[in-house]
Design a protein around this ligand. Structure first.
Ligand code: EPZ
Length: 432
């Protein structure tokens, strides 16, 4: 029985592993799922209204299931009305506390606070812990709420934000935090008066949130630029919205084409969201072809070494850093990777080294000296994007690779073994 005929039931167990027999070039088309990091704030935005919201192209990943559980805990009802389509009704949510046991599983749960205090005058959310990639503080979120007149209390591991009616304010962010931009937007749309956010995050997921909030009746200008202006309104309606495609998932498969020297077309990918990655792939010698609703990357030779420095959008995405590093482990030459967003996002380095990669890292800098061949090995996933970089390395390596603790992958990649299998990869999810 070949290993790739084994499939655990879809309800992925915590200890499943992904087994890969490397050396196969990925060939074919894969459809991008909805963006996890857009769907999460879009789901929390439903807390702002007592009208139903319809959300389409919702990815079926663990973080979305966690968010649905949290919203239902707060009193929302959520109905699956089609594949990847939900109707969310928060009319029964009266006041709310986001409990530790759910918030600790997913830092993005903190995005509940902005809409709760905006709609109910009070929100209480467990402080998100740090996570594998860093301490992940929330100081900018809290500074933003205080600019809007909220009183912040921190007790027993919970953050409470209270305000009879939030007031529009002027908020200059120390750095363009995606979450803080989204949380302040989610609060300011129901504040009294005008809010101006400077040094706002410009990510496509922020733009998608603003588009949905506008459909609800919010008055938002400038999303996608570093200055967002919001004129608060007294109440909001529902939305009917389709989540943008996941640029990080798409970028992952496109790097997969380059590392295996194949050709992959990602249907639904938006080239504009991926411009920095596509430039780097072309510099590394891959061919890039963009259409209105797809991007194709192909390669027939060893990648050239190309340096990257992660930066806020439109710079090189930190969420693709680990995947790029996997490609550079097989490049012809020496590449530098600088991680400037998170303080501990190199946990894939020792695992890639187990597969034969030559990487020297110190602090947020790594130098990768490309080698001719990686060799498959059992490796340990540690966080979402580090995990998928090990899968990419396993696809290119000789022999078998086993990626353990697959639950990290399941947080953000929908049906990854099926999508890779459809591209010709010899991969299977195996219960441990
Ligand atoms: C979002 O996280 C994404 N998550 C992350 O994706 C992504 O890596 C990150 O943005 C950067 O693009 C979601 O959208 C759910 P930040 P977020 O606030 O909002 C520091 C993935 O793999 N900071 O832009 O938490 C922070 O510690 C995940 O899908 C503060 O210091 O990121 C980090 O160093 C991982 N104080 C930097 O800013 C704050 O109040 C960027 O964080 C907030 C953030």
């Amino acid at each position: 029985m070949t290993v790739w005929s084994l499939h655990a039931p879809r309800s992925a167990r915590l200890v499943d592993k992904i087994v890969i027999q490397g050396g196969v070039a990925l060939e074919g088309t894969v459809v991008a799922s909805g963006a996890k990091n857009a769907a999460l704030p879009l789901l929390f935005a439903c807390l702002l209204t007592d009208k139903p919201c319809r959300l389409r192209r919702v990815p079926d990943v663990a973080d979305i299931r966690t968010t649905r559980n949290l919203l239902q805990t707060l009193g929302a009802t959520i109905e699956e009305v089609g594949p990847h389509e939900l109707i969310i009704d928060c009319s029964q949510v009266v006041e709310a506390e986001a409990p530790y046991e759910l918030v600790r599983k997913m830092r993005a749960s903190f995005l509940a606070l902005g809409p709760l205090v905006a709609r109910f005058g009070r929100g209480r959310v467990s402080k998100p812990g740090g996570c594998a990639i860093g301490t992940r503080p929330i100081d900018m979120h809290l500074a933003g709420f205080e600019r809007l007149g909220a009183k912040i209390n921190e007790t027993h591991g919970y953050i409470e934000a209270v305000s009879k009616r939030l007031q529009g304010g002027h908020f200059i962010m120390e750095m363009p935090s995606v979450g803080a931009t989204e949380n302040v937007m989610l609060a300011a749309v129901l504040a009294e008066g005008r809010t101006r956010i400077e040094n706002a995050a410009r990510e496509p997921e922020v733009v998608d949130l603003a588009a949905a909030l506008s459909k609800m009746g919010a008055n938002i200008q400038g999303a996608g630029s570093s200055i967002i202006e919001i004129e608060g309104v007294d109440s909001l309606g529902g939305y009917d919205h389709e989540v943008i495609p996941d640029r990080i998932e798409a970028g992952t498969y496109l790097i997969g084409a380059a590392i295996t020297r194949g050709q992959v077309r990602v249907e639904g990918a938006r080239a504009h969201d991926l411009s920095m990655l596509l430039e780097c792939l072309e510099a590394a010698g891959a061919t890039v072809e963009t259409q209105a609703d797809s991007v194709t990357v192909g390669s027939t030779a060893r990648a050239r070494a190309v340096d990257i420095v992660t930066a806020p959008h439109p710079g090189f995405p930190t969420d693709l850093q680990a995947q790029w590093m996997a490609l550079m482990t097989l490049a012809d030459g020496r590449a530098r990777v600088a991680e400037r967003i998170f303080e501990n996002r190199f946990m894939h380095v020792p695992e890639l080294a187990r597969m034969g990669a030559h990487i020297v890292s110190s602090g947020g800098e790594a130098v990768i000296t490309g080698c001719e061949q990686l060799s498959g090995a059992p490796v340990m996933a540690t966080d979402l994007r580090a995990s998928v970089s090990l899968v990419l390395a396993g696809l290119a390596a000789s022999g078998y690779t086993e990626v353990l603790r697959v639950y990290h992958l399941d947080r953000g990649y929908e049906r990854i073994e099926e999508k890779l299998g459809a591209l010709g990869a010899r991969v299977a999810r195996v219960p441990v």
